[in-house]
Design a protein around this ligand. Sequence first.
Ligand code: 4AD
Ligand code: MG
Length: 480
Amino acid sequence: MFNTRIKIKVLLENEAAGYPATVMGWVRSFRNDQFIALNDGSTNNNLQVVASLGNFDAALLKRITTGACIKASGTIIASMGKGQKVEMQADTIEILGDSDAEKYPLQPKKHSLEFLREIAHLRFRTNTFGAVFRVRNSLAFAIHKFFNERGFVYLHSPIITGSDAEGAGEMFQVTTLPLDGTAPRNTDGSINFKEDFFGRSTNLTVSGQLEGELAAMAFSDIYTFGPTFRAENSNTTRHLAEFWMIEPEVAFNDLEDNMNLAEDFIKYIIRYAMDHNKEDLEFLAQRLADEEKQKPQQERSEMGLIEKLEFVINNHFERLTYTEAIEILKESNHNKKKKFQYPVDKWGIDLQSEHERYLVEKHFKKPVILTNYPKEIKAFYMRQNDDGKTVAAMDILAPGIGEIVGGSQREERYDLLLKRMEEMQIPAHEMDWFLDTRRFGSCPHAGFGLGFERMVQFVTGMSNIRDVIPFPRYPKSAAF
Ligand code: 4AD
Ligand code: MG
């Protein structure tokens, strides 16, 4: 058996001394030919491995370089140095993998996030990305735990689909037809997808919701958690072309039940990360505080990361209608002084992220749930309100992020749904399977989608969404 190691996290938490141990990991730095800072990814903290002078070959010592992978065995002893309670007095050190110090891109110094994005295959080995991806892992686990404790069924919705769940047309085509102009065509010149792999036109899913609704009409409570794809050409710090989404769908829930579920859910997963990733969050809080110091005074956020998370857990999300929000925005000094790039002049406009952030960061200074949007700016499946103008939609807006959740009560009335699909030119004949839920045992139901990366951004305080997913996909970039 090769793997006889103890994880550095366990060893450091243990704080006991006077026992033999073996550790394995990657060298972060090597000082004075004696002190190795070793990291194995179980924690941001390094174990100091001491290679006492005279005990090791010069040839071996030369191979202990930043980035090298080593196995060290020895005795865990109380540390004289500051910063750690225990360290290892090494008896043997074995090089598992050399790392040419001259060529290794990750030198033991501060690198910019932009540079690290170019070497995303190595950035896991930095403190920042170590912390970010351990927090991401915790949040993912907490999501499953939350729904599992509430008796939800985890549904695997398809990745390849023939439907456009959001009706927004921002889809990546999936095809095996040749792209050299020889693809089979119909008499009118269009591509004949009957000849394609699936015998029809298909795309990567933009949302698992529609399939989720089918399952909710049997299990009552389901959730999906998987990758979704949007071919929108948005080069922002909040958009990815491939992102993960969590979509619960619940039979017998109305809009208010839906908001309550979303608020409980968000608070639960934040609390989980705070309880289980204290050190990582403290590290990220410090990183953010340092970053904030570079900004002009008026752009700095008022709260530190931990403070902000605690605040969110301990306060109700502000709930108001779209109509009320438009009034607030319209009457704001910000609008009157023409400080919005998109002025707020009339009811019916789609809210831009500058508007959402104004409401959350300047006006309410807490997460906000906006409800009952104009039907024209929302998807076909949302339940139509009696006023004939709005739908039972809800978006949750978070400080520093903007929209983090989008959801709604669904239109469960067959006739109204069909009419809306026709109005919005959604091909109802191709979605007979979806309409069947309204034909056979329809019921009030609701659900929402949480953008996982936006949630990870919120909890880690990372300002760019490309830094919270291991290998980001965005316009003109799909490296690794
Ligand atoms: O608001 P959206 O488009 O809603 C839906 O897809 C619904 N089917 C959800 C549902 O009701 N089941 O997307 C939901 C969330 C957004 O609030 C946002 O957090 C995230 O997904 N999101 C993105 N995240 C990263 N990059 C993108 N391009 C995103 N587009 C949406
Ligand atoms: Mg949305």
